[in-house]
Ligand binder design. Structure first.
Ligand code: XMP
Ligand code: MG
Length: 183
């Protein structure tokens, strides 16, 4: 896609690449302190969390392991339904592990609350959440999330892993998609 095409399809940049980098460093420092002396398993939720996982893992100056889970929450267009299906399960056994779920965004919170319940039955020593973005005005359920990057307005966003119809994941910033794109 040419740059000119992308510019006409986003209305504004909400979070820049530089802001994301700085925030990941802050959160990495907290995680290093919080998990001192403990093994840490990062679980990325595919596909949206690919970018944040890649950058966050590299901002952690300590040993970690990584696993991935793919879920789809059925819904139409830009809304989540809360009906979650596992598309790819974890490779690891969570028994006794300290797990940090890495998510791109908490919107309604339905996906993550489902995931937390699912993980609770797998015997992890602890399960915490890092979500790069959160939309407080869209919450349908409260999710206990220890690390949050940015609270943003209740608009559909793309970039830095987030897609609309599988596009825009490679944008470096997080931006609001112009309504005409999905109208
Ligand atoms: P919730 O919290 O509503 O979100 O269960 C579930 C998943 O939906 C995706 N999502 C978005 N993707 N722009 C996107 O590109 C958005 O504004 C947005 N809101 C939610 C995301 O994968 C999240 O994990
Ligand atoms: Mg996601």
């Amino acid at each position: 896609m040419r740059a000119a095409d992308v510019q006409s399809e986003i209305t504004k940049v909400l979070v820049t690449e530089e802001q994301i980098r700085a925030k990941l460093d802050d959160i990495a420092a907290r995680v290093v302190a919080d998990y001192e002396g403990r093994d840490l398993l990062l679980v990325g939720v595919l596909k949206g969390a690919v970018m944040v996982m890649a950058d966050f893992a590299r901002s952690l100056p300590r040993e970690i392991t990584m696993d991935w889970m793919a879920v789809s929450s059925y819904g139409t267009g830009t809304k989540s339904s809360g009906v979650v299906q596992i598309r790819k399960d974890l490779d690891s056994d969570l028994t006794g592990k300290h797990v940090l779920i890495v998510e791109d965004i908490i919107d309604s919170g339905l996906t993550l609350s489902w995931l937390l319940e699912n993980f609770a039955s797998r015997g992890a020593a602890s399960v915490e959440v890092f979500a790069l973005l959160r939309k407080p005005d869209a919450a349908k359920v409260e999710v206990d999330c220890r690390y949050i990057g940015f609270d943003i307005s209740n608009e559909f966003v793309v970039g830095y892993g987030l897609d609309y119809a599988e596009k825009y994941r490679n944008l470096r910033d997080v931006a609001v998609l112009a309504p005409h794109v999905y109208a």
